[in-house]
Design a protein around this ligand. Structure first.
Ligand SMILES: [Zn+2]
Length: 161
């Protein structure tokens, strides 16, 4: 299979796992895991990687491999964040009702900013396209707020302490 078809297939897979335009966190984790090999194989050799792999795609005509890499990176960030929230929630739960410890925990974690990360409508990650009307050049990922359970739990903890 030509390499571009592999990227298209992979993006289509993620797309088809959407329900009413929203992605389930579970599907994100599954897709991310299944595509780690493809990402690792491609990260040093995709359409715009010669410029600077750490930057987002600057290709004049966005390529399907660039889009794949960007989607994977965005989902990695999301998963990483949710894992940090999970760790922080578990830390809090282990404090029981020790007021001093809770105060310290609160201080240590006060920099967590929820508002810039997610709003009432959920999380929308829009990967811009350079050319319209090609479904492979743009991808919008929508995740409902309640899907990110540790984000939600941590937010609730902050509101009650
Ligand atoms: Zn590119």
């Amino acid at each position: 299979m030509p390499i571009n078809h592999i990227f298209r297939k992979s993006i289509d897979q993620l797309k088809s796992s959407q329900t009413n335009y929203f992605l389930k966190y579970e599907s994100i984790l599954k897709w991310h895991k299944e595509n780690t090999n493809l990402y690792n194989k491609s990260i040093n050799n995709y359409s715009c990687s010669i410029h600077e792999p750490k930057l987002p795609c600057f290709c004049e005509k966005r390529k399907v491999d660039c889009l794949f890499i960007d989607i994977y990176k965005e989902l990695s960030k999301l998963i990483e964040k949710e894992n940090i929230f999970k760790k922080t929630v578990l830390e809090f739960n282990s404090l029981k009702n020790d007021t001093t410890k809770i105060l310290n925990w609160k201080n240590e974690n006060k920099r967590i900013n929820f508002n810039t990360y997610i709003n009432e409508k959920g999380l929308i990650i829009r990967l811009n396209a350079s050319k319209k009307n090609d479904t492979y050049l743009e991808f919008i990922m929508r995740i409902k707020k309640e899907e990110l359970i540790f984000h939600k739990q941590l937010n609730e903890i902050f509101q009650t302490i």
